[in-house]
Design a binder for this molecule. Structure first.
Ligand code: SF4
Length: 281
């Protein structure tokens, strides 16, 4: 039986355990029901359950246009995946079954889910065969697994631009040590053969670039869009950098103008508008 390492909230937001018994705590949404909405991308607003996997091969820290820093909004899954637990595939599927209600959509996220690609493939197979749900996987686009294309309906790929690299100054700002698992792993952040495989072999995808600076547009065009072949322009979207409502408000004008000038879609971050930077929503 494949096991997956989940972090923090695991499967969320839920009100029942794998046996269907009520869980004592109310979900982080503050609502006594299972589920939330997908906050980003082409399925923004879709009622969903989320599964959060531990660990990431990157350690993103961006600089905003005003010079301030902003790091990965799920650092508890990437920088410090300490609160983690091994789950059997059956246990995850049973929790989904007990909590899915009228929702039709699950989102597998992280961290970087593809670090556990064999377990994720077993999970997606079981979700499809037993529950028939729509599956989105959120990935940074550094790892590809062909087996997953049989089961995943939407790959939400967020390639990381050079502004995400955690320089010594940025790591110091967040009191993070400069280790091989921080700075140097960002050498793998841009993997064009992997991105091309997603375009060539997946059912549906979106290329969701996190943007904070004017210079990001040239990098998106020259380093990615002029190199990749066969993607649909309507699948290219920009998301404002920010882990808080205030940071997103700062990024928004740059991102919206860039979308208009280049004919790219803008994607909101609905969950931050509604819940702020809360975990488990
Ligand atoms: S790739 Fe995503 S999960 Fe990993 S550190 Fe960057 S923002 Fe966080």
């Amino acid at each position: 039986m494949e096991k997956l390492m989940l972090v923090g909230e695991g499967v969320f937001p839920v009100v029942k355990d794998a046996e269907g018994n009520a869980i004592a705590e109310i979900p982080a949404t503050g609502w006594n029901i299972s589920g939330t909405v997908q906050g980003e991308g082409k399925l923004a607003g879709t009622p969903s359950l989320f599964i959060r996997l531990a660990s990431c091969n990157l350690r993103c820290i961006w600089q905003m246009d005003d010079g301030s820093f902003c790091r990965c909004d799920t650092s508890y899954a990437s920088f410090h995946p300490n609160d983690k637990k091994a789950w059997n595939v059956d246990e995850i599927v049973n929790v989904i079954k007990q909590n899915i209600g009228a929702m039709q959509h699950v989102v597998i996220t992280g961290g970087e889910p593809l670090l556990q690609k064999n377990g994720v493939a077993a999970l997606c197979k079981s979700i499809k065969e037993n529950l028939g749900l729509h599956i989105t996987i959120e990935t940074n686009g550094t790892i590809f697994c062909e087996e997953l294309t049989k089961y995943v309906d939407l790959f939400s790929i967020s390639p990381k631009l050079s502004n995400s690299v955690p320089s010594a100054e940025r790591l110091k700002f967040y009191n993070e040590a400069e280790t091989p698992s921080s700075r140097y792993h960002h050498e793998v952040r841009k993997n064009m053969p992997v991105l091309q495989s997603y375009i060539d072999k997946s059912n549906d995808l979106q290329l969701k670039f996190v943007v904070a600076k004017q210079s990001d547009a040239d990098e998106i065009i020259n380093d990615y869009l002029k190199v990749l072949k066969g993607y649909k322009k309507c699948d290219t979207m920009l998301m404002p950098l920010g882990a808080t409502h205030e940071q997103i408000t700062k990024s928004n004008p740059i991102v919206l103008q860039m979308c208009i000038q280049n004919g790219w879609k803008y994607t909101p971050r609905i969950h931050i508008d509604i819940f702020g930077s809360k975990q488990g929503v």
